[in-house]
Design a protein around this ligand. Sequence first.
Ligand code: EMZ
Length: 386
Amino acid sequence: MKKSEFPDPFEKARLDKGYGKMNDQDDPVTMLLRHKDVRKSAHNYKTFQSGAQPGRIVVPSEVNIRDTRQIPFEVDPPVHGEYRAIVEPWFKRPLQPEYQEKLSEQISNLVDEIINNGTVEVVNGFALPLQSRALTLLLNTPFSEAETWISWGTHVFRSEGEALDGDKANILYNYIDEQIERAVKEPGDDMYSVLLSSDFQGRKLTKEEVKGVMVLTFAGGRDTVINAVTNSISYLAEHPESLERFRKEPEIIGKAVEEFIRYFSPLTQMGRVVTEDTQVCEHAIQADSRISLCWASANRDASVFENPNEIVLDRKINPHVGFGFSHHNCLGATHARQILKILLSTLAEKVANIEIVDGKENIEDLDEFERKVGFDQINVKFKKLT
Ligand code: EMZ
């Protein structure tokens, strides 16, 4: 199998019954696998809530390593909408030309470094620094902060063996607490300061609320962006004609980004807590149990996507749910899309081809299913376009 092939482990269960089951730390999850059910349930926040105990809607559950509620992610309407309205304009800044110029400069410099260095391990040596440096733009903090974040590794809640790690999580929480205190003392134009001065229901956001937004910003866009970048590079390596195509038809780059997000689905699923006894796919679900919206499965649903297991760079109709769906759709999507668009165009401009030396896949164990979500490591060589 090619390195950039990501099989769909859900197909049979999706067709046969529409759901799958996994146990997660003795808090089982019924995974919804069909595009239609995923979208319908994402809308239904009354029965399928996000505002449960902090950490519980994440799979694997983070209840043991986190007390802070992530905002607006773990809040339901109507309050969700009030928080979202505060943060939305800030997260749309990546649409500004100046923001894109800075991002483009960062990515261009990184690609130049890599071309000159020969072989690079993409996950830690490319995707992680790219993600961390880009985050300095989203937070509007000094570029040098990226070095601290890079030192945390690819996941802020997991240590290398994949297990959720409370000590590691504390590094992030303490860092954010310190940054909030700094911004209280010396307000500036960074994200912490902007949030601290935001009005919410006739008062300012509290430090705990600001922390909730910041934890989400650090955690939600980290391994997801790293997977999207790394997996896209594996595809370009095995399909050198795609770089050529981006050079000739740069107008398809936006579509290609959507297609990579659909195919790779960097976030496999997101949970909800069931508020009343109900049914999904004719299967009874009890109040206070968990379901998940399995984006990765919905994105391969053949009743919606023609040739779902193929990457079609200029796929015309692509209602993927790789950034989630409905009111909780990904807050960082504008930033993520810009990163990927600029990455693809920079690679097309500078790189002739990419050669994979070796790699180790990152397989998620979902009990009934095993899903390839990315790579633990992958060594590649970038050959300069002359
Ligand atoms: C949560 C989640 C958000 C969670 C959109 O996803 O991302 C996960 O990687 C984090 O561990 O805490 O932020």
